[in-house]
Ligand binder design. Sequence first.
Ligand code: NAP
Length: 250
Amino acid sequence: MSTQKVALITGGGRGIGADTARLFAKQGYAVAINYKSNSEAANKLADTITADGGKCITVQADVSSEEDVSRMFSTVDKVLGTLSVLVNNAGILKKQSRLEDMTADRISAILTNNVTSYFLCCREAVKRMSTRHGGLGGVIVNVSSGAARSGSPNEYIDYAASKGAIDTLTKGLSLEVAAEGIRVNCVRPGLIYTDMHADGGEPERVARLQTVIPLQRGGQPEEVAEAIYWLASDKSSFSTGNFLDITGGL
Ligand code: NAP
């Protein structure tokens, strides 16, 4: 098996995850690009990475499914080798809504997709990375959101709360595995130009709100990818349980 470092990026086919996959591949990692249903986007990205001389695979898996997560990690083990980095990035939001109009189904879908998934992927990564289990150590980077701090009133408190849970997961897990060779850190992006805002019912949301951002513009996915990469790299070797806000000052 090669000595090339291996990174698994959940939700790596589009948006922030896609730019993260591109950057890790450029930096010499073998990259596993996870996606849920948009195989076209994931395969197109994989073709670009391969054409540029990088190494990657695509892995379909719904990261909120325990069975799919197990299969995804086994595939990475078999095809790419020892996992060095997990980027928990896959996430969803639903149409903008006040809390009194939210159904239990909606709230459950958000929590399962955005929280249970991160827990399951962290569990599988820790089993592989922890020196307690004979692993070589590793790094986990969780993608939370500035929404964890703002609470997203009148838009999606459910989504914001799911990201608050990711902040707590990051803190707790970072301490649990700090002595076992694993660093766990988190980025909290602000308003970033991706498809996600269309899922919330307002594709132009970033443009509408850019004047409230102190830097007076929305962020690009590659600007978040750079922060994720830094937290995964040895350049941040003394950082764990830390949070990087990529919010243009918000
Ligand atoms: P995006 O463009 O909508 O892409 C989301 C990605 O997640 C897609 O690749 C999608 O797969 C994947 N995904 C969603 N649910 C999944 C599941 N259950 N299993 C596997 N993959 C799943 O979103 P984004 O804006 O890049 O967001 C990435 C992360 O950044 C999310 O955690 C989001 O909450 C966070 N974030 C985004 C912003 C922003 O302004 N964009 C701000 C703060 C935080 P398919 O391609 O197969 O659909």
